[in-house]
Write a protein that binds this ligand. Structure first.
Ligand code: GLA
Length: 366
């Protein structure tokens, strides 16, 4: 059963009526371009098969009043925008209402049911899938004049301004506009997108390390602040203004700002090179860029953890063409590129040698 069918069923069982609209949105894996989106840089995510589904209906009542039930967390629970954050999943619903109201759109009270197949804390952006599914269902129920790009912007505002996670726009854009079987090349400076083909003779596997990541803990915000400090020291408005030609200037910065900026500038270049490699069908080159991206995240950006490093190393030792930490880091998942012909044996051995690891999803081109 799809998450939409399950969300519909949960809604009718809980509230005894039909929902006005049902929508869903996918999780994502990022293939290259980590911690570049809040630096106006390049990213390359692809949607996963696991999704979050929302069924909802506007009800009598004041804007900001929500009654929500979820398959995983139970309910129904009542929440209200005027009371602020609750520190649970309903904050994402309130965040979407907050963003809509800031954009001049209000609506009646809401009743909603949420269902997900996306693992929480695995670094595949369960939050963006939830926000985008809520906003797409609201658009359908209320005929809101917003397109998928606007939905991504509202979802990012929900997360950064209400939930308090100072994220870039990669996850929300991927959840809102990316198509299965393709990588979405996104320039976060102007939100321009292009697609790049995924290989049909390799699998991209997303493997959860077993270490739950929690980006509101502070490490992510600290990296955002370090990039801003590097910009001030270098006299630029964003690190996107710099390229690998500026590395001598970057290396003269005090640590750790030199390392943080070096990661961002080299990672942007890896995305550009990676898109070219996908178009050329050079997956060995793409794999090398993924592995180099992991080293840069581990050594320069300091967002990896030992369990993730061990998983990347095991993935490569068992024959992956490339492997790296995907998502915000401090735990979460690894994305690996593996030839389809040996994939089953590779996965079997990986999961045997890494007992805490678990397969989240595989994707490939068609
Ligand atoms: C999280 C954020 C994204 C992005 C990644 C790191 O997933 O939500 O905006 O910054 O981390 O690339």
């Amino acid at each position: 059963m799809t998450v939409e069918t399950r969300a519909h069923a949960l809604f009718t069982q809980t509230f005894g009526s039909e929902p006005a609209a049902v929508a869903s949105a996918p999780a994502r894996a990022n293939l290259l371009g980590e911690h570049t989106d809040y630096n106006d840089g390049f990213v390359l995510p692809t949607p996963l098969g696991c999704r979050t589904g929302i069924a909802l209906t506007p009800t009598e009542g004041r804007f900001g009043e929500v009654e929500g039930v979820s398959e995983g967390f139970g309910g129904p629970f009542r929440a209200d925008l005027v009371h602020g954050k609750r520190e649970d999943w309903l904050d994402y619903v309130l965040g979407c209402l907050h963003a809509l109201s800031n954009a001049g759109m209000t609506a009646p009270a809401l009743r909603l049911a949420a269902v997900t197949d996306v693992p929480v804390g695995a670094g595949v952006s369960s939050s963006a899938a939830l926000e985008v599914a809520i906003l797409k269902a609201m658009r359908a129920a209320l005929d809101l004049p917003i397109d998928d790009v606007e939905i991504a912007k509202l979802a990012q505002a929900a997360e950064s301004e209400f939930v308090g996670m100072p994220c870039g726009i990669m996850d929300q854009k991927a959840a809102s506009v990316a198509r299965p079987g393709e990588a979405l090349f996104l320039d976060t400076r102007n939100l321009a997108t292009k697609t790049a083909p995924l290989p049909d003779d390799h699998h991209i596997a997303v493997i959860y390390s077993g270490v739950k990541h929690q980006l509101t803990d502070g490490g992510y915000g600290q990296r955002v602040a370090e990039c801003q400090a590097a910009c001030r020291a270098l006299g630029v408005a964003s690190l996107r203004e710099l390229s690998t030609e500026d590395l001598p200037r970057i290396e003269a910065l005090p640590a750790p700002l030199n390392q943080r900026a070096r990661h961002v500038v080299t990672e942007n270049q890896r995305v550009l090179d990676g898109v070219a490699a996908l178009h050329d069908g050079d997956f060995e080159a793409f794999g090398r860029l993924m592995t180099a991206s992991h080293a840069s995240q581990r050594d320069d950006y300091a967002v990896s953890v030992p369990a993730v490093d061990a998983l990347v190393e095991a993935a490569l030792a068992l024959g992956a063409v490339g492997a790296r930490l995907t998502g915000g880091g401090f735990g979460g998942s690894v994305v690996a590129l593996v030839k389809t012909s040996g994939f089953d044996m590779w996965l079997d051995q990986l999961l045997k040698t890494q007992p805490d690891a678990r397969l989240v999803a595989t994707v490939s081109g068609s």
